[in-house]
Design a protein around this ligand. Structure first.
Ligand code: ATP
Length: 372
């Protein structure tokens, strides 16, 4: 096993923005990436994640603001003077050099003569020790990407930037490489900042994810926090599926909010509501499909007290092995999705059946209807 001695660095962005003519690709952004973390910038194409990464790398001059790496202000340093390195989607390996020489390149350029041990250690880290004398075209896509990572790490950067590094790989290899990159990051212990549009990839790999939309960070948090407590409609819909019900604040009881939806009432913890909670306020009440239970309307009396509940009719049921995915048309939410485990599956739950959908207030979140 190989480890580098670098300890990584906090990356601190203070009010950085990027404007091209009259178009703002990145609005003023404050962001701190803790030392040694695996951080993902996640968002749809064009949201500004690559531009943000390139400003950290020094490949793009910010229109305003500052970039600090640890205590060092690097805002005006050229890329080669920053303790960072970047891995791109196009591996950009030298085709005429073998794998060993590709990885050794950065050391040789710095005039280091005895490179053997360092290169071998690095190839071992990315599990390519056996491939040292092959040329890039003799390796698979995933192996080539690992060479690119080794080449980027050989100069012991404090921060490794990864711009859609797995974008060119097929799905299976992508999944393998996600775990592989996570292992490498844990082993070297430096800060990784990874740009991706794939929410599953960001959730699998990163400790912290910044969800970007239209040049702004919409929400920052751990993958579970973002999934369970989305603060905006964009985040609720971008990370997985959310059922959203239009509701109106009825009253507040201590830490709970009671809302009116259709003819019924829904409850949610105040702490899970990012909308104003004064009576009459419009809130989108959300719940994830796997948090919802489905009970045939004939058994409605068996639904435990204290659960949020709405009624509806099953429009579609897809059996997918361990679970069934239902689509339920409810007067307060058309196409309400439910993912139910098939333990003790009720044979009456078929299209056309009248049902009660119910879930815990603790799994309910509230979004600002005015911002959606
Ligand atoms: P993708 O995943 O497609 O790369 P992204 O989220 O990384 O998207 P950016 O590459 O950061 O997005 O681009 C953000 C916006 O800025 C886009 O609308 C893009 O067209 C625009 N943009 C980027 N570079 C330039 C440039 N040099 N001149 C003008 N507009 C640019």
């Amino acid at each position: 096993m190989t480890t580098t001695t670098d300890t990584g660095a906090d990356v601190r962005l203070t009010g950085i923005s990027k404007t091209y003519g009259s178009f703002t690709a990145v609005h003023p952004l404050d962001l701190t990436v803790p030392q040694g973390s695996f951080f993902a910038l996640l968002g749809a194409s064009g949201c500004g994640k690559t531009t943000t990464l390139r400003m950290i790398a020094g490949l793009e001059e910010p229109t305003s603001g500052a970039v600090h790496l640890g205590d060092q202000d690097v805002t005006h340093l050229p890329p080669y003077k920053r303790p960072v390195n970047t891995v791109f989607q196009s591996y950009a390996l030298f085709p005429h050099l073998d794998i060993f020489e590709n990885v050794a390149f950065g050391l040789r350029r710095r005039g280091i003569k005895s490179v053997k041990k360092q290169v071998e250690d690095m190839l071992e880290l990315v599990q390519l020790g056996e491939q040292a004398r092959k040329k890039p075209h003799q390796l698979s896509g995933g192996q080539q990407q690992r060479v690119a990572v080794a080449r980027a790490l050989i100069n012991h950067p404090k921060v490794l930037l990864l711009d859609e590094p797995l974008g060119a790989l097929d799905l299976k290899l992508r999944r393998q490489m996600q775990l592989e990159l996570k292992r490498i990051q844990t082993e070297v212990g430096i800060t990784f900042i990874h740009v991706t549009h794939d929410q599953e990839e960001a959730m699998t790999m990163a400790d912290t994810v910044a969800v970007m939309n239209a040049g702004r960070v919409e929400q920052l948090g751990s993958p579970t926090d973002l999934y369970e407590n989305p603060r905006t409609t964009f985040v609720a819909n971008f990370l997985g599926t959310s059922n959203l019900i239009e509701a109106e604040v009825d009253s507040r009881y201590g830490e709970e909010i009671v809302l009116k939806a259709g003819g019924g009432k829904l409850t949610l913890p105040k702490a899970r509501c990012s909308a104003p909670t004064s009576p009459g306020g419009k809130v989108l009440v959300g719940v994830r499909p796997e948090k919802v239970s489905l009970t045939h309307a004939d058994d409605a009396g068996e639904v435990p007290e204290g659960r949020n509940r709405i009624t509806g009719k099953i429009a579609d049921a897809s059996f997918i092995g361990v679970s069934t995915q239902y689509v339920v048309d409810s007067p307060v939410c058309p196409e309400f999705a439910v993912y139910a485990q098939n333990i003790d599956r009720d044979p009456r739950l078929v299209p056309g059946a009248e049902v009660v959908l119910h879930w815990s207030p603790a799994h309910t979140f509230g979004l600002d209807a005015a911002q959606s």
